[in-house]
Design a protein around this ligand. Structure first.
Ligand code: ADP
Length: 489
């Protein structure tokens, strides 16, 4: 009972209306939609269902304060971000529980995400103080070059459900540091984290209108008109490549500046000289973090023939031992997937692989009962034409195949339209650098199963995206460079 009360408290404590111009208000017409707990399939609560009219009001609010916010003191912007970081850390337990209720992952994992998410505010608070430009001569020694960095302007941010807090702060942190205003549209499945973040930013002193939130069950209809609105200056999206493509197309109309963090199909390469303990631990993290529902998730394992059986056996043992259940329960490591559609897709990919000859060593069977659960699954001897190797799984399934040479490993790793991240396990330093250089990805985990860090540039090449988030690069996405040619005659 104590747990139920705590759950009720965190749900009651979060706003469920739209945040527009510093006011929390119902959607025009008063519609709401339910937030579902994926572990029980029961509604957690209802939140406001924004209309295109609400979205326009949110952009109006962002536009109205852009000039003033863009001219605010860097110290003030830095302090707001730092205070918001501290508030998030103080409330990490409640925020983690809220996240688990709407998204499903184990509370300990949700808490790690809150810490990771808050870190973007700490990291980017420093950026507010370091927006600089250059002063130099023309090559012929006559005129002078002066550059200044200015906020890009009002931004639309569209975020996914898999990391409902971090994918927001990773965009909001640099936008606030740069002096941009924001209309945020979180995923319909997980609106509560962003609403809680709105409350925190308000408490941290963010002026009214700088951060506006529209929650909606009809994303395309509500954000479409904003993307066409010439007052919008930036679209920052994290989600599937499929939706990203549509948004890039829509953004072309007004040549809108876009950042795209899209899908992945991460290869996990284990060479014969790898430290197998490290490789198995790295695999567990790269595969099972976020129940496999991450664009950075290891999607396919390519393992040197001589160590394949040992690696496969050990990974299956570890994955088979992970306890599944509602993320709020003690010792649970694997929560449910986000919805029935995701679960069906995972089951379909496993069935396809098995029908082509793959052998499930653990998992592979749909459980009965409530909740969108899928068990941790290891598939051995997966043929390369299985769909599981070319499509993003977004679930706890590890398909494994053997390779016989370094060239073959790299060729397979690069044989995808995606290019987000790759994982490489080897103890040979020269090979490590050689392989990193040849991989067509934006990021590489070298003897490490996780790459995400606020201080590092996150992003992909090929169809995994455009732009970088975090690191020194993240702030650049929210700045324009203005150059002044100065006559010195
Ligand atoms: P994922 O399933 O990984 O969350 P999606 O691309 O389906 O990826 O969703 C990411 C975000 O994009 C969510 O906030 C979702 O509501 C939003 N979205 C989905 N379709 C559209 C669309 N046509 N226009 C604008 N936003 C969309």
């Amino acid at each position: 009972m104590a747990i139920a009360t705590q759950e009720q408290q965190v749900v009651e404590g979060v706003e469920k209306r739209l945040l527009i111009g510093g006011e929390w208000r119902d959607a025009a017409g008063g519609a709401t939609f339910p937030v579902i707990d994926p572990a029980t399939e029961e509604p957690v609560c209802e939140v406001a269902d924004a209309t295109p009219e609400d979205a326009k009001a949110a952009l109006d609010a962002a536009v109205a304060v852009q000039a003033e916010w863009g001219a605010s003191a860097p110290n003030d912007r830095a302090k707001i971000l730092w205070d918001a970081f501290e508030l998030m850390m103080e409330r990490a337990d409640e925020l983690a529980l809220l996240m688990t209720l709407e998204m499903g992952k184990a509370v300990a994992e949700s808490k790690s995400e809150i810490v990771y998410a808050a870190d973007f505010f700490r990291w980017h608070s420093g950026d507010a103080l370091r927006l600089d430009g250059v002063y130099k001569q023309f090559g012929n020694g006559t005129s002078r070059v002066l550059t200044m960095k200015q906020p890009v302007g009002p931004c639309l941010m569209i975020t996914p459900w898999n990391f409902p807090m971090a994918m927001g702060t990773r965009k909001v942190g640099p936008a606030v540091a740069a002096g941009c205003t924001v209309v945020m549209k979180p995923a319909g499945a997980t609106p509560l984290c962003m609403l809680a973040l709105g409350q925190i930013l308000e408490e941290a002193g963010l002026p009214a209108g700088v951060f506006n939130i529209i929650t909606t069950s009809s994303s395309g209809k509500v954000t479409g008109p904003l993307i066409e609105d010439p007052r919008l200056r930036k679209l920052s999206f994290t989600g599937s490549t499929e939706v990203g493509r549509k948004l890039i197309e829509a953004a072309a109309g007004s040549v809108l500046k876009t950042s795209m963090e899209l899908g992945g199909n991460a290869p996990f390469l284990v060479f014969e000289d790898a430290d197998l303990d490290e490789a198995v631990e790295g695999a567990l993290l790269a595969k099972m973090r976020n129940i496999g529902e991450a664009c950075t998730s290891a999607n396919r394992f390519h393992v040197a023939e001589s160590v394949k059986d040992e690696f496969t056996r050990r990974l299956a043992e570890k994955m088979g031992a992970l306890k599944s259940g509602r993320g709020t329960e003690e010792d649970v490591k694997v929560g449910p997937l986000i919805d029935q559609e995701s679960r069906e897709k995972v089951a379909e990919l496993v069935e396809d692989a098995v029908s082509k000859g793959a052998k499930p060593l653990t998992g592979g069977e749909l459980p009965g009962g409530r909740g969108y659960f899928y068990p941790p699954t290891v598939l051995a001897d997966v043929p390369l034409d299985a769909r599981v190797f070319s499509e993003e799984i977004f679930g706890p399934v590890a398909p494994i195949a053997a390779f016989s040479s370094e060239d073959e490993a790299i060729e397979r790793a690069n044989d995808t339209e995606y290019g987000l991240v790759a994982y490489v396990f080897t103890r040979d330093a020269k090979r490590a650098i050689r392989v990193c250089e040849r991989l067509e990805t934006g990021m590489v985990g070298l003897n490490q199963g996780m790459v995400s860090n606020a201080g590092a540039p996150f992003g992909g090449v090929k169809q995994s995206g455009i732009g970088r988030e975090g690191g020194n690069e993240g702030i650049e996405e929210f700045l324009e460079t203005k150059y002044v040619a100065m006559n010195m005659d």
